[in-house]
Design a binder for this molecule. Sequence first.
Ligand code: PLP
Length: 259
Amino acid sequence: MRPVVLCFSGLDPSGGAGLQADIEAVGAMGAHAAVVCTALTVQDTRRVYGFQVMDPAFLRQQADKVLADLPVAAFKCGMLANPGVVALVRELCQAHPHIPLVLDPVLAANSGGSLADPRMVEELATLFPLAALITPNSPEARWLTGCDGLDDALARLHALGARAVLLKGGHEPGDMIRNVLSLTGGVAQTSRWPRLPGEFHGSGCTLAGAIAGGLARGLPLPVAVTRAEVWLQATLTDADRPHADGQAVPKRVRSEYPC
Ligand code: PLP
């Protein structure tokens, strides 16, 4: 069987972000996604209206059954929503230290709507030492560290225990987007991507899911990151645009049944 990524993510009913992004991204990288749905959101491509978190004890049962049944080769976390779900992920990572974790520290949607309990800034930090990679965008890096400057934020994320950080620059100004992969020893690689017009829904989930798929297949971290970035850019270039002024949905399923 293909290696499995066990994803902990929320349901976005518009299909742009969350668990649907994970399933499609992991699949595109040649791995199989198994999903524990942490929360249901009320959301469209324009904004978040609300969310309900699932019972962590019930989620634990789901995760345990999948772990006992399938060859889980990576964990991927998106929307964890509240401290109870973080505690569940922490326990699983401690029980399975050989399984790499890709942690997308989701605090808000790209549209700005909150997807997390206010306590989550401190809670997510407890997962940093357990993660093979964390993938904050620049607003998340600032919220998580309290630092304004991105170099300071990176240093603080490592001081909080993160071994590897992919700091995504899509929210910073400029025609080129700069992503930095930083390891405890320093910057490992920097990539630059032409900024595509408009806004995207679920781009962060898509990238982190694809990286987790690559890690599950045994790729070294920098290779998994680069492959995922190249593929993400293609999904954004071809994104579906439901509204002239709204967010576009990445096109992750790229070969269609020939009707
Ligand atoms: N997880 C869920 C369930 C979401 O609905 C969203 C955003 O809408 C996210 C994560 C984060 O999305 P993005 O990839 O746009 O940062």
